[in-house]
Design a protein around this ligand. Structure first.
Ligand code: SF4
Length: 347
C-alpha cells in the first residue's frame, strides 16, 4: 500500500452487555422453600453477559481504495462500520479517520469535523431518507448541519453538482422522493453522503435492497466516484460476488474477527481460509452456505464463543490444535494474511 491510509483500525474492540432475563418466578416457585422464594424475588438479578461484537480488529484503507468487509450477518461487520461513525463505542484499541481518533471525539465541534471526513450510506434508502423533504433539502442537509455552507444559492449549486456526479438530473431538486425507485433513492443517499466532500465513505450493504439492474448501476457509480474523487471506501457486504466489481481488497470477518485479507482479483483462486472458501462456494447466495456443507448450518452462540479457532465447530479441516489454540491473522509464507493453523502449516 503506497498511498497514506485514510482509515486505520488497530485492535479495535466493541462489546455489548446483555442482561439475561432471570428464570420466571412461576418456574422456580414450587422448587423453593418460602424463605428462598422471597430471596429469589428480592435479590436474584439477571445475568450480565458480554458479547464481543468486534474483537481485536485491525485494518487499513488507503486514499482511493475500496476494501470490502464480508461475512454472514452477525459477524460484526456493520458494528465495525457504526463504530467508525461513533455510533457504537470502541472500548479498546483505536479507530482513526484521516488522523482523527474516533474514541477521542467529544462535543459538537469535534463531531462535525469527524462527519466532514467520514460519511455513511445505509442499506435501505427508504429508511434513511425522509420522504417528506424534497431532494434539495435532503442532499444539502449536511452542508447546513455541519456548518459548511449557509448561503442558499451556493448550496443549490453544490446540490446540482452532486446530483450530476451521481447521474441524476437537476430537475429532481424540488421533488419529494416518495415515488422514486430504490436505485434512484440510493443515488440520492450517496449524493447526501458526498455533500461534505468526505475522504471516507462507509457503505453498509448499499446494493442489497436494490434490483439487479439498479445494483449494476450503483456499483458502477461507486467505481466512478472512487476514481474521480480519490475516495476511500469501506464496503460492508454479505455478497462476495458483488464486491469484487467494486473493491480492490476483501477482508473476511467471522465472529467479530478478521480471518483473511486478500486482493479481489480472482477471489476464487486466492481465498485460503476454510470459511472464506465456504463463502465463495455459496455464491451467489449466502443462504446456500448450509447446503454446501451441513456443518455450516451450525450457528455458534455469540454468548459463548467456541474456544480456540471460533470456526472449528463448522470446519471440515479442524484439528485438536484448532480446538485449543486461537489462530493469529498473519502472512508468513502465504501470499496474504490468513488466520488458520492448517493453511499456515501447509504453506
Ligand atoms: Fe479450520 Fe482449524 Fe483453520 Fe480454524 S484454524 S479454520 S478450525 S483448519
Amino acid at each position: 500500500m503506497t498511498a497514506l491510509p485514510v482509515l486505520e483500525v488497530e485492535r479495535a474492540h466493541v462489546r455489548y452487555d446483555i442482561v439475561t432475563d432471570r428464570v420466571p418466578f412461576r418456574k422456580v416457585n414450587r422448587t423453593l422453600s418460602e424463605p428462598l422464594r422471597w430471596l429469589y424475588r428480592a435479590v436474584v438479578p439477571g445475568q450480565r453477559i458480554q458479547v464481543r461484537a468486534v474483537d481485536g480488529v485491525s485494518l487499513e484503507i488507503a486514499e482511493g481504495e475500496t476494501l470490502a468487509l464480508v461475512g454472514e450477518s452477525g459477524s460484526g461487520k456493520t458494528t465495525l462500520g457504526r463504530a467508525i461513525m461513533q455510533l457504537e463505542r470502541v472500548v479498546k484499541g483505536s479507530i482513526k479517520v484521516d488522523g482523527i481518533n474516533v474514541r477521542e471525539v467529544r462535543g459538537g465541534r469535534a463531531r462535525r469535523r469527524l462527519y466532514r471526513t467520514v460519511q455513511m450510506v445505509f442499506q435501505d434508502p427508504r429508511e434513511s431518507i425522509d420522504p417528506g423533504l424534497d431532494v434539495e433539502s435532503i442532499v444539502a442537509e449536511p452542508l447546513v448541519g455541519l456548518g459548511i455552507e449557509h448561503r442558499k444559492k451556493a448550496r443549490r449549486a453544490r446540490t446540482i453538482e452532486l446530483l450530476h456526479q451521481c447521474g441524476l438530473p437537476a430537475s429532481l431538486l424540488g421533488e419529494r422522493p416518495g415515488r422514486f425507485s430504490a436505485g434512484e433513492l440510493q443515488r440520492v443517499a450517496i449524493c447526501r453522503a458526498l455533500a461534505p466532500a468526505p475522504k471516507l465513505l462507509v457503505l453498509d450493504e448499499p446494493l442489497s435492497a436494490l434490483d439487479l439492474s439498479s445494483q449494476a448501476q450503483v456499483a458502477s457509480l461507486l467505481r466512478q466516484l472512487q476514481a474521480d474523487l480519490g475516495l476511500a471506501m469501506l464496503l460492508i457486504s454479505h455478497d462476495l460476488a458483488a464486491t469484487r466489481h467494486i473493491a480492490q481488497r476483501v477482508a473476511v470477518m467471522y465472529f467479530g474477527q478478521i480471518v483473511e485479507v486478500a486482493p479481489t482479483t480472482d477471489l476464487a483462486a486466492r481465498l485460503l481460509h476454510p470459511y472464506a472458501r465456504a463463502l465463495i462456494s455459496a455464491v451467489p447466495q449466502l443462504s446456500r452456505l448450509s447446503q454446501t456443507d451441513p456443518r455450516m448450518a451450525i450457528q455458534p452462540s455469540a454468548l459463548s464463543p467456541p474456544p480456540g479457532c471460533r470456526f472449528h465447530p463448522r470446519c471440515a479441516e479442524a484439528t485438536d490444535r484448532c480446538r485449543r489454540e486461537k489462530p493469529k491473522l498473519k502472512q508468513g509464507q502465504l501470499p496474504h494474511p490468513v488466520a488458520c493453523h492448517v493453511v499456515h502449516d501447509g504453506a
